[in-house]
Design a protein around this ligand. Structure first.
Ligand code: G3H
Ligand code: ZN
Length: 285
């Protein structure tokens, strides 16, 4: 993970639930010829019932990919799940205590960061509204000084910040606070992470990266793309029984969208953002 972030202006991080989506994320990154982060969330693990099967599949896919792929545990709220992820070989985790009051978030995150670092791994954390509240809601903003203090006190390697995005949006209509992103990037000494990027259009993602976002998390949008392609295929071929008949077009659609989004994140795709003005990224991230 640190190598990927150090070598690129920003890295796309895509959530997977099914094996086919994990395969599509890797295929999309190979088609874009760039690195990618494959994320498995605590919620996805709960769906499968345990961490090891999905995590092992992701680690094997990463090993055999033609581009660098980092496997990341996303939104872990349980310390025991972080320990389990480290034990199966995941080297990058997000410990999410942003729903707690800030003091408790800081204390628990610092303790987990120490354990993760002792294992030689990398940790992302999240800082919500002062006073404690989930970070990803349209009106919530991370305070710059609070973010700096939180990173120094916990020792985390990356920070998820609240800048206007929201989780699980079905439309790409969120408006991000690019000036705040630039201020945070200039002041916070670790890479910034944008969660809820499914709700952000291409130009907004490009603007966020230009302003200093370094890890772009996308989940819901891939579910939308997968399900639309599967619906279309089942409508076209209502007699299909073998799941490969409808999973293959779903997987291909997700791979194509991952490839397209990685071009946006890496700055290779024109999004029109620069025409409306660019916020300079700070040196701090
Ligand atoms: O941690 C994962 C991301 O924040 C995904 O959010 O499903 O709204 O894109 P999203
Ligand atoms: Zn998230």
């Amino acid at each position: 993970m640190p190598e990927l972030l150090a070598a690129h202006r920003a890295v796309g991080a895509f959530n997977f639930i099914t094996l086919e989506v994990a395969e599509a994320v890797v295929a999309g990154a190979e088609a874009a010829d760039t690195c990618v982060i494959l994320q498995l969330s605590q919620n996805a693990i709960a769906f499968h019932g345990s961490l090891a099967p999905a995590a092992s599949a992701a680690l094997r896919l990463a090993e055999s990919a033609r581009v660098p792929v980092a496997v990341h545990l996303d939104h872990a709220t349980e310390e025991s799940l972080v320990d389990e992820a480290l034990a199966v070989g995941i080297r990058s985790v997000m410990f999410d205590a942003a729903h707690l009051a800030d003091a408790e978030n800081l204390e628990r995150t610092a303790a987990v960061a120490a354990r993760v670092h002792a294992a030689g791994a990398w940790i992302e954390a999240e800082l919500g509204e002062i006073g404690g509240k989930g970070a990803h809601a349209p009106g919530v903003r991370t305070d710059v000084e609070e973010a700096v203090r939180f990173v120094r006190a916990t020792g985390v390697d990356a920070l998820a910040v609240a800048v206007g995005s929201e989780h699980a949006m079905r439309e790409r209509s969120a408006r991000l606070d690019e000036h705040l992103i630039a201020e945070l990037a200039a002041a916070v000494p670790v890479p910034l992470v944008l969660h809820g990027s499914s709700g952000v259009a291409d130009a907004g993602i490009d603007g966020a990266v230009r302003a200093g976002m370094r890890k772009i998390n996308i989940g819901t949008h891939l579910n939308t793309v997968l399900t639309a392609a599967v619906r279309e295929e089942l409508a076209r071929d209502p007699d299909a029984i073998d799941p490969r008949r409808w999973l293959a077009p779903g997987r291909a659609a997700v791979a194509a969208e991952v490839c397209r989004l990685l071009d946006v994140i890496s700055g290779r795709a024109a999004t029109g953002h620069a025409a409306s003005g660019t916020v300079a990224a700070g040196d701090g991230a």
